[in-house]
Design a protein around this ligand. Structure first.
Ligand code: MN
Length: 228
């Protein structure tokens, strides 16, 4: 087989404590997965269910790298999230076996053109471009589960220019990591290299060029990016 052009290199994420990299296959995201965030979004936690969407694999951007302020928004939002890195293929995965498919965990930031998302949502249109744009998926190094285990609780936070904006705990997630893997693997074959952004707690808000976003999850790691 000959290709008409050289394909782009596979996007990769650092692995903490290793020279090896994690090659990214797909990026799945969960929306509306913390009760306090469902409430701030004006939805009823009893009526909504976590929703799934995607970003392109090459939207990943590493810790310490700059995020360009994207076009077509005047309300550019951060969302700190726990990220699951999948290490083993599977479909219709049982919740009880889901952790076998997890390679590790990272801290992510699900960057969002909020004004575009709300406008498209209000029109009943798909809101893909408000979420799946270039460099919309900052991510820390991945921390392997065989070193840090499978954290079930831990403070999750994000600050802008040193001021805390989001401050919650991953034990407040509506759907657990295992539940998310079970549900997603009914919709898609999960592959090694898949990343799952598992949703953000309350406190979402806007950033502007020059702002520094610091984020972290106790027991996992930290992530810093500047908007330029
Ligand atoms: Mn999100």
């Amino acid at each position: 087989m000959s290709l008409i052009f050289e394909p782009k290199p596979t996007p990769v994420v650092e692995i903490s404590g290793s020279k090896q990299k994690f090659p990214v296959n797909r990026i799945y995201c969960v929306g509306l997965n913390y009760i306090d965030h469902v409430l701030e979004f004006g939805e009823n936690p009893k009526k909504v269910r976590p929703v799934y969407f995607m970003k392109p694999a090459d939207a990943v951007i590493a810790d310490g790298h700059n995020v360009p302020y994207p076009a077509h928004t005047k309300n550019f939002h951060y969302e700190v999230e726990l990220v699951i890195a999948i290490g083993k293929r599977g479909s219709n995965i049982k919740e009880s076996e889901a952790e076998d498919h997890i390679y590790g965990y990272a801290v992510g930031n699900d960057l969002t053109r909020r004004d575009m998302q709300i406008s498209l949502k209000n029109k009943g249109m798909p809101w893909g471009p408000s979420k799946g744009f270039d460099k919309s998926a900052p991510i820390s190094a991945i921390y392997p589960a065989n070193i840090i285990g499978h954290p079930k609780k831990g403070r999750i936070w994000l600050s802008v220019n040193g001021v805390i904006k989001q401050d919650s705990n991953i034990d407040q997630m509506i759907a657990s990591n295992s539940k998310i893997i079970a549900e997603l693997s009914e919709l898609f074959v999960l592959e090694p290299g898949d990343l799952i952004y598992t949703g953000t707690p309350s406190g979402i808000g806007a950033v502007f060029a020059g702002d520094q976003m610091d984020a972290g999850i106790d027991g996992i790691g930290t992530l810093m990016n500047r908007v330029v």
